[in-house]
Design a protein around this ligand. Structure first.
Ligand code: PHE
Length: 467
């Protein structure tokens, strides 16, 4: 039937697609950096606790709402609360946020593609030079990579949920797991790796303070793709024979495992290649870690495995992160696409084109905001700092609105949609849900302390970031 909504072909396909969304730059780079500077295994424990007690219930609520309403986030809020209700603001936020996050993620993914090509073509030595990153992001070459990536993403999305997203995830995710495992094992066999392992796995609880706790929660939230409307959208493609709770637990487990292994790869790698590592160097952002620090580390590997070996290692690493970013990027772009399809009744191709047209200007404005065009480079200033267009998108949407969206979805699910409807939907395809511990916990936490914690994160971020 032509008008029937697409569905994931299988349970495995859905889990891999949702895991493909979740596993991204956040796991492979963000998590290791944060763990390195915030107490190693101590950070891991706090992070894992947040995944279970805060993130999982939010994830289940998003998926259940999507499957119940069979709509994109805007449509989902409206079909429960009505077109005129104030709740639709929540729907708009859950639609605009992923769109804006996709803009900055596109820029990062373009860089990853450029670095992959750089490593494959034997440019590692140049890439390890101090000024390379700044030059690269301001070179016209980035526009070529931008066009290539945009075309790839467009083709995938235009192939639809089953033939595009699900098929991509089924190929890329297993390859990603294998690559991550091989790279990790390889690093662990190198001399001095154990110092890094020890640094990572021996917890330093002295580093845990309120700021670190806040960081762990934001990291977990971003990493699981929450608050971006993605899981509402993906939920709308899940069959009514599947268990939402089971799927959510699998996705969270895969996502957290990948983050764990990424730590086991990156921290020892740093100590192997540079035993005198000063961990203060890690304190800068994850962006500078991937694009400035890691190429240096990879280059120093040539003493052990030669230049070709070092280049192969670097290429494999950038390919790994690129794959992870690509599957995340298609997931986030499917949110506005499904909104075009549901709300404006656009065909799939027309939705892809409309989205491309809306996004192009913003992506270009971000791309030139690192020095190419002054207006975007010095876009505005607040809290005493000059901010580029790219910085503003990150501060507003990723840092601030994301937890707000989480808060709104909890309140919406519990106080507007109501627990009884949530329970009923969670029990579809999952007879064991009624009366389970998961159900009791979700029913309790989603309307009480989870929104309180998210409100706290939201308010403190606004206070810290903008004033
Ligand atoms: N979960 C992703 C990550 O860790 C976040 C993300 C998802 C970003 C989808 C963009 C799009 O990188």
């Amino acid at each position: 039937m032509e008008n029937q909504r697409e569905q994931f072909r299988s349970r495995l396909g859905f889990i891999l697609a949702a895991a493909g969304s979740a596993v991204g730059i956040g796991n492979l780079v963000g998590f290791p950096v944060n763990a390195a500077k915030s107490g190693g295994a101590a950070f891991l424990l706090v992070y894992a606790a947040f995944v279970v007690i805060i993130c999982l219930p939010v994830m289940m609520a998003e998926m259940a709402l999507g499957r119940r309403t069979q709509r994109n986030p805007l449509g989902a809020y409206q079909s429960v609360a009505g077109d005129k209700s104030w709740w639709r603001i929540g729907g708009w936020l859950a639609l605009i946020t992923p769109f804006m996050i996709a803009v900055f993620y596109q820029v990062l993914t373009v860089w990853l593609l450029g670095y992959f090509v750089g490593a494959v073509t034997g440019n590692l030595e140049a890439m390890a030079q101090p000024g390379y990153f700044g030059q690269f992001i301001n070179s016209y070459g980035v526009f070529i990579y931008l066009v290539v990536l945009t075309a790839m993403v467009g083709v995938i999305l235009n192939s639809g949920v089953q033939n595009g997203i699900e098929r991509l995830a089924k190929v890329l995710m297993p390859s990603l797991f294998v690559m991550l495992l091989i790279l990790t094992i390889f690093v662990l066999t190198l001399p001095n790796a154990l110092v890094g392992v020890q640094y990572y796995l021996v917890p330093d609880f002295g580093k845990i303070n309120l700021e670190v706790v806040n960081l762990a929660l934001s990291q977990a939230f971003f990493s699981l793709s929450l608050g971006m409307g993605i899981l509402i959208t993906y939920g709308s493609y899940v069959s009514r024979n599947e268990s939402v709770a089971g799927g959510a637990k699998m996705v969270a487990a895969v996502d957290t495992s990948v983050a764990f292994f990424a730590g086991l790869l990156i921290l020892p790698a740093i100590f192997v290649f540079n035993p005198a590592t000063n961990t203060d160097e890690l304190s800068s952002s994850s962006v500078s870690l991937v694009f400035s620090f890691l190429p240096k580390i990879f280059l120093s590997l040539q003493a052990v495995v030669g230049y070709v070996g070092a280049s192969i290692f670097a290429s494999a690493f950038f390919l790994l992160v690129f794959f992870a970013a690509l599957t995340s990027q298609v997931s986030i772009l499917q949110v506005p696409i499904s909104a075009f399809q549901d709300e404006l009744k656009f065909s799939r191709a027309k939705s892809v084109l409309a989205l491309g047209a809306c996004a192009a200007l913003l992506v270009i404005a971000s791309t030139v905001s690192f020095g190419m065009v002054n207006y975007f480079t010095e876009f505005t200033s607040y809290a005493g700092q000059t901010k580029s267009f790219f910085d503003v998108i990150i501060d507003v949407f990723y840092e601030t609105i994301l937890p707000l969206n989480g808060l709104v979805i909890c309140l919406f699910a519990v106080y507007r949609w109501r627990r009884s409807n949530l329970n009923a939907e969670m029990s579809v395809g999952d007879a064991a849900y009624q009366g389970s511990l998961t159900q009791k916990y979700v029913n309790f936490a989603l309307g009480t302390f989870i929104p309180v914690v998210l409100l706290f994160v939201f308010v403190s971020t606004v206070a810290l970031k903008f004033f």
